[in-house]
Write a protein that binds this ligand. Structure first.
Ligand code: SF4
Ligand code: SF4
Length: 409
């Protein structure tokens, strides 16, 4: 059966999601497949389509089609190539580990996001990802929950002080995956308790907080993500906030590294992850958590470590608190993803679970008792993995551990 042809003007327009550096990267790709060895998605699926270098050859093929002067080459196989490209691009956690393996140092995270942008314009975004976008349109969160329920975690956790002020020095941006997911609400409680303990002039953003826009960026929808960036930035700046504290690795990366690009300027407030904030207070002696006797390990969230640049703070905190801290293999900038990123859960939850199982087994083989992280998506992934493996490992966010050892939570 003949493949459906993509109109060349539509293809050219869609390919504008790839800038000249990315086109050069695709052109230069040697298809050496060194990236395959490090890719957690390919490692688990063994599906050749999931190899990053195979993905790049599929995109190159699309570009060549758009450049071909011969109509016969322009349309042929376009649809099949596109279906395979969509399968490849969305069976990826966007962890960026292939970037570390690539001998040319290609910025693969940005490249794969650009490819998802191309797919969006060519109407090849998976339906479940499109649904997330519709939820965001209507509810400003990807879970389809009313905006006024964003602060319900305050009642659920029993937090006494939940300030929502017009002016403040510090704002705590809770993020959707912490505010709306019961398993993560203790993270919000713990960070709030620490801010209260330190008598900070701080506020929540309440129902006015919108999703940071991460799911939109991860599906290549920069234009819509910009609306979310503009909204969040303006409500924070209107409140005269000097420092924005975030407990979610994804929200942190988006505020710190993506908002300046989306807005074309730097927001007028400092963006810090809760672990950077807490580590500074421990160094100053304002926070003095008690020693923790159990065997603790830390999983670097990809968006905080490799893609976010925060590596030493969690380790400094844990080495202070724990008398038995153990480093996992494949950590730091080389961290093996937990499977929780890149919207993989919406597209292929079985693959996500296989990835998390692998990571969890690394901790189990080191006899880890408490596996910590610094991201609600990692916590959810590990909680699913622990259930799946019937493991006794406790999964905690470092902020929860700090609040616990301070007697605050
Ligand atoms: S490692 Fe780099 S050059 Fe080699 S196949 Fe992967 S993306 Fe291409
Ligand atoms: S970003 Fe991560 S999951 Fe995606 S291709 Fe690269 S290594 Fe694989």
């Amino acid at each position: 059966m003949a493949s459906k042809e993509i109109p060349s003007d539509k293809l050219e327009e869609a390919l504008k999601h790839l800038n000249s550096r990315q086109r050069m990267e695709l052109d230069t790709c040697a298809h050496c497949a060194l990236c395959a060895e490090t890719c957690p998605a390919y490692f688990e699926s063994k599906n050749l389509l999931h190899i990053p270098g195979v993905r790049s050859s599929k995109v190159s093929k699309l570009i060549n089609q758009s450049l071909s002067r011969l109509r016969i080459f322009r349309g042929r196989l376009a649809e099949k190539n596109l279906e395979e490209l969509a399968e490849s691009a969305y069976n990826c956690t966007l962890c960026g580990r292939c970037m570390e393996a690539c001998p040319f140092g290609f910025q693969t995270h940005e490249l794969w996001v650009g490819v998802r942008g191309v797919l969006q314009d060519l109407e090849k975004t998976p339906s479940k990802v499109r649904m997330l976008s519709e939820m965001l349109d209507e509810f400003k969160n990807p879970y389809g929950l009313e905006a006024e329920t964003r602060l319900d975690w305050v009642d659920y956790t029993g937090l006494e002080e939940a300030p929502v002020k017009d002016k403040s020095k510090i704002a705590y941006f809770v993020g959707c995956t912490t505010a709306f997911k019961g398993a993560n609400q203790n993270i919000a409680y713990s960070i709030s308790r620490v801010l209260d303990y330190l008598k900070e002039d701080w506020t929540l953003l309440g129902g006015e907080e919108w999703c940071c826009g991460s799911p939109l960026l991860l599906s290549g929808d920069e234009d819509k993500a910009r609306d979310f960036a503009e909204h969040n930035t303006s409500i924070i700046e209107e409140r005269g906030i000097e420092t924005l504290v975030l407990g979610c690795a994804g929200c942190f990366r988006v505020f710190k590294w993506e908002y300046p690009k989306l807005l074309g300027r730097r927001p007028r407030f400092k963006v810090v992850h809760a672990l950077e904030y807490i580590n500074d207070r421990i160094r100053e002696g304002a926070l003095t958590p008690e020693k923790y006797p159990r065997r603790v390990a830390y999983h670097d969230p990809c968006e905080l470590s490799r893609l976010g640049g925060v590596l030493k703070e969690p380790r400094e905190i844990l080495r202070k608190i724990s008398s038995s801290y153990v480093e996992l293999p494949e950590h730091g900038v080389d961290v093996r993803c937990c499977g929780g990123g890149g919207l993989l859960q919406a597209v292929n939850n079985d693959l996500r679970l296989n990835i998390v199982r692998h990571r969890l087994n690394q901790a189990i083989s080191l006899k880890v008792e408490v596996l910590t992280s610094a991201c609600p998506a990692c916590k959810l992934a590990f909680a699913d993995g622990v259930r799946d493996l019937d493991s006794s490992i406790e999964v905690l966010d470092i902020t929860e551990l700090v609040a616990r050892q301070m007697g605050l939570a």
